[in-house]
Design a protein around this ligand. Structure first.
Ligand SMILES: C[S@@+](CC[C@H](N)C(=O)[O-])C[C@H]1O[C@@H](n2cnc3c(N)ncnc32)[C@H](O)[C@@H]1O
Length: 330
């Protein structure tokens, strides 16, 4: 069904309802993967008891969270309210991490609104037991606001630790060859330059990631219907660097299931959560789609392609509302 891309599901309550009936779990339920032990739970992360029960005493080595701000459940841009809410699931994350663990947090900064909620958030983090470790910037290829301002091409990623977690330096290299010679240093009485001393012919990602393509609709990894998908390459880098094979990785805001897929691809186990059953279902399907076809997304199609082919009412709806002619793609 090439060509049937779903519109943003969060913006269309009727479409959301129509897709909900194809979801295998609903609020409060858990899906368990029989092959590698991943789990997807449809929970509100503010429900501390429910999340703790979901983990059943297991501890994660790594948490990768991409919370909603001014989206879905959060219809407010009130930074203080957002941060107060965040503190609860950040502290819960601390409890659910093993003695030595890492926390990565994707967080926006609204440049039109005093970079909210970034300052409030990092101040809140000071009150927790996490130790700040790095402030990474992912450079987007596409930007906005270019006419009267510097084009905004950044995404902020905060890295915090608990104890002394694993940090696999072999996973931090990009595919960009080292080109510039320099950084001369004497080693055992011999003057050496950077390339001679280095362990790799490629440059490290460092804390400014310039080699990750933001997801857009023509890419295979695109999951249409979603609106906040993070690039798989970025999450895989985090997973490979900050956990070991067989470790448990968690993501409290699954959405398109990027962390679940990254964990599957790199031999880790993932417990992930989303408050919305439709995104839980999409996450599960993304894993299944990868296992069955080796595909990391749906490109120009969508996760519900199988149902849309059969559901005449849904086809009519997509045509009425979006002029999407499903039959022309069958
Ligand atoms: C920014 S998206 C995450 C995107 C994800 N990193 C990806 O690559 O697809 C945030 C997700 O959090 C979910 N969410 C919102 N409030 C939540 C809550 N209270 N508990 C759990 N999930 C929630 C939303 O339904 C949404 O799917």
């Amino acid at each position: 069904m090439k060509g049937v891309r779903l519109p943003r599901i969060d913006k269309d309550p009727e479409l959301h309802e129509r897709l909900k009936k194809y979801c295998r779990i609903s609020e409060g339920e858990i899906w368990t993967d029989k092959i590698n032990g991943h789990k997807v739970a449809c929970l509100d992360v503010s429900d501390v008891n429910a999340v703790q029960k979901f983990f059943k005493g297991e501890k994660a080595t790594l948490a990768v969270h991409d919370p909603p701000y001014n989206m879905v459940a959060f219809k407010t841009t009130d930074a203080e309210e957002f941060v107060e809410w965040s503190k609860r699931w950040v502290e819960l994350t601390y409890d659910l991490l093993s003695e030595n663990g890492s926390l990565y947090l994707w967080l926006g900064a609204d440049q039109k609104n005093n970079f909210s909620p970034f300052p409030e958030f990092i101040l809140m983090m000071r009150q927790t037991n996490f130790k700040s470790k790095s402030f990474i910037t992912l450079r987007n290829q596409r930007g906005y606001g270019t006419q009267k301002n510097w084009m905004s091409v950044r995404q902020e990623l905060l890295y915090y630790t608990k104890g002394t977690p694993v940090f696999n330096t072999e996973a931090v290299y990009t595919e960009i060859p080292k080109a510039v010679k320099g950084y001369y240093k004497e080693v055992n009485g011999v003057m050496t330059e950077n390339l001679e001393r280095s362990k790799s012919e490629f440059i490290r990602a460092g804390n400014v990631w310039i080699d990750v393509q933001q997801v857009f609709h023509l890419m295979e990894e695109n999951v249409s219907g979603c609106f906040a998908q993070k690039p798989l390459k970025a999450i895989e880098r985090i997973v490979k660097t900050s956990s070991a094979k067989g470790d448990l990785v968690t993501d409290f805001f699954s959405h398109s299931g990027t962390t679940l897929l990254a964990a599957e691809k790199s031999g880790r186990k993932c417990f992930t959560i989303d408050v919305d059953p439709v995104y839980c279902e999409i996450s599960i399907r993304r894993l299944e789609n990868f296992r069955k076809y080796g595909r990391i997304g749906w490109g120009t199609s969508n996760p519900f392609e199988g149902e849309i082919i059969k559901d005449k009412e849904l086809q009519d709806y997509l045509f009425r509302k979006y002029k999407i002619e499903v039959t022309s793609f069958l």
